[in-house]
Design a protein around this ligand. Sequence first.
Ligand code: MG
Ligand code: MG
Length: 261
Amino acid sequence: MRRAGLITAAALQAVREAIKPGISTLELDAIAEQTIISLGGKSNFKLVPGYFHTICASINDEVVHGIPSADRILQAGDIVSIDAGAIIDGWNGDSAITVVVPGGEHKISAARERVSRVTEMSLWHGIAALAKGKRLNDVGTAIEKYVNSQGKFGILEQYVGHGIGRSMHEDPPVFNYAVHGSTPKIVPGLVVAIEPMVTAGSERTKVLADDWTVSTIDKSDSSHWEHTVAVHSGGIWVLTAVDGGASMLAPLGITVAPLGD
Ligand code: MG
Ligand code: MG
């Protein structure tokens, strides 16, 4: 799964570097696909029935599942979330980033950077909780606690993270908020995609007429960050981060543990 994770990371890095005003989300999709193929992988999003693209690209009030299109041209100051995944040798990676397109009006761009940073850091707090927690609910509790500590934001509840392995989407669900009742124990061998989706307003969403795109009802901006994380006998390793998550987790008191051979 490390290979699938690193291919996914490379695809997202290539897209990140290509994001600029005037580029279409379909062009970004092609960049992601070329990167994945050049590294020997395949898009696992294309294996989802009814989905024909390598990435999801969700702009501004769109939260997740935006479909790439030649008609969707990025504008300066847009906030765009890119979700991508790769499969190689039958194993999957899944990760998402959010980027504010450079050159926008300062006040709007700063507010969008803020919701992206809060979402990204909530992901890292969730990953840190996976490293030191006992049950999966510790992850959602940490994400919710961090987001709420940062001001008034909405956390999506209809869409959650998931187990990942031979299939991109497996049990167990990984909630981005505290839930009641028993949740699975965090044990070696567990691999999960943790993916908080956070808005600058209400958490209420609707699915657009294309039957895919999830958008906020109040038109508030939103962000989505995701990593695939492995729990193993030595600790945790973030499979979709080139450094295993070391740089982002060190300030949170977590030392990642490299995978054995
Ligand atoms: Mg994803
Ligand atoms: Mg996912």
